[in-house]
Design a protein around this ligand. Sequence first.
Ligand code: FAD
Ligand code: SF4
Ligand code: SF4
Length: 497
Amino acid sequence: MNAHPTKDSLAAEAEQRLREIEASSKPLKPKERLKIPLQAMPAQDPSVRRRNISEVALGYSPEQARLEALRCLQCKNAPCIAGCPVRINIPAFIKAIIEGNNAEAIAIIKRTSLLPAVCGRVCPQEVQCQAPCTVGRTLKDVGLAVSIGRLERFAADWEQAEHRTKAPPVKPATGKKVAVIGSGPAGITVAADVRREGHAVTIFEAFHKPGGVMVYGIPEFRLPKLIVQKEVDTLKAMGVELVANFVVGRTRALHDLLDKDGFDAVFIGTGAGLPKFMNIEGENLVGVFSANEYLTRANLMRAYDLGKAHTPIFRSHKVAVLGGGNVAMDAARMAVRLGAEEVHIVYRRTEVEMPARVEEVAHAREEGIIFHLLQNAKRVLGNAEGRVTGLECLKYRLGEPDESGRRRPVEIPGSELVMPLDTVIVAIGNESNPLIKQTTIGLDTDRWGRIIVDENGKTSLPRVYAGGDIVLGAATVILAMGEGRRAAAAINRLLVQ
Ligand code: FAD
Ligand code: SF4
Ligand code: SF4
């Protein structure tokens, strides 16, 4: 068996290769660039990381980053830019990395993206910026595209390591006040962009810690909490006020913020935190969790810190996670770290249709998670004490494409099978929390409870804007950030009128 490559061995290999390239004084031709091997992301050894919560991907060394950057063809039309929801000037920041000018690289990225250390880690790059990359297309494998996300992470981590992160300047006070509801990526972005213009900003957050799903959903082993904390600290340094344990719709009605508390505008960025269930028999047995509860307990309440956690999760031995997205992978990989001996993913389509990031699926497999594709839960089985004892499943085959364009899973009658288990985690998606809608007269939503907005993020109510998952349904960090930027620009325009 091949030894797991270490960060040092990958750096040394890259350094050697760079030296060979630099020994020739001629600029690299496109053909030569295409021959540079894709730089693997150094990662913790799977057998070690199964038992710790620390970040799995360790980040490129400067040598690996420069070598990976040299794979970029600096295309004139740069199709990668159109694949990025916030249109980062990708070839320009990659060129800066080639030149060893990391300060310039991060400055270019930050012109359009507020959270590069986060997006470099969690963006689904393979379906965004890296999907149209000319290198991947020429080599006929999207997996061989230039690793734009990893390079973005490199530049952002370099800035943090060099202590060069500075709070952006804030214009003189305007006397206007904006309330931001929710401190996920959408809320953080709005707070920063509105505060920059000199308006006072207060963020109201329901949980005791800010950061939204970046803190309570995405686990530490994928996105260290310190990174999100630093973004929140930057907001505080800019003068943004943060009020935790404040549930708008319960602690205070949205209308009161505008009519009684003197806020001139409100942004709703409350996300999609309401878990969906399968509605199958046995789903109320002890040992069935929503992925939200499981991950929130592990992340926010530190249930992985066995012995010290205030709200520990009971010790599971055999776990099934239902679903094939990032949430399912996170829950399965968390279950491994919480000590489960066997963890199974049950997904009704094939790996091709799985919405999870490719890297998460690969990491989950490396960590020993067992995949049951074209299979779905029919009912949860329990004992006389009401505890989970197993899962009855059905086998599926793929039929014709459905409205999402993915081939519809069709059940195979009589294919029932039983998996003996003690825990089932449901990770089949999230919907909008209805609280604000129920307590805010005149706020229009669609039939899924998503807030309806115009092209500027404005809702049906005057001076009320919304963005992120509460508008898009469960989406991505970068899309939430993009929505936040758009709404903040509109709020800033409103407040100068
Ligand atoms: P959120 O991040 O959900 O933040 C909303 C905030 O509002 C929360 O802090 C909530 O407590 C607060 N809130 C809610 N109601 C109220 C109220 N009434 N009053 C006050 N505060 C309130 N995306 C990716 O791009 N890549 C990934 O790898 C990825 N993995 C994910 C893994 C998991 C487990 C989950 C759950 C999601 C993942 N996502 C991923 C999706 C991504 O995290 C979300 O799309 C993004 O966080 C949405 O941002 P948001 O600001 O709209 O909402
Ligand atoms: Fe790619 Fe996301 Fe960075 Fe845009 S923000 S360049 S999509 S990794
Ligand atoms: Fe570089 Fe790929 Fe973008 Fe071309 S498409 S500029 S090769 S990252």
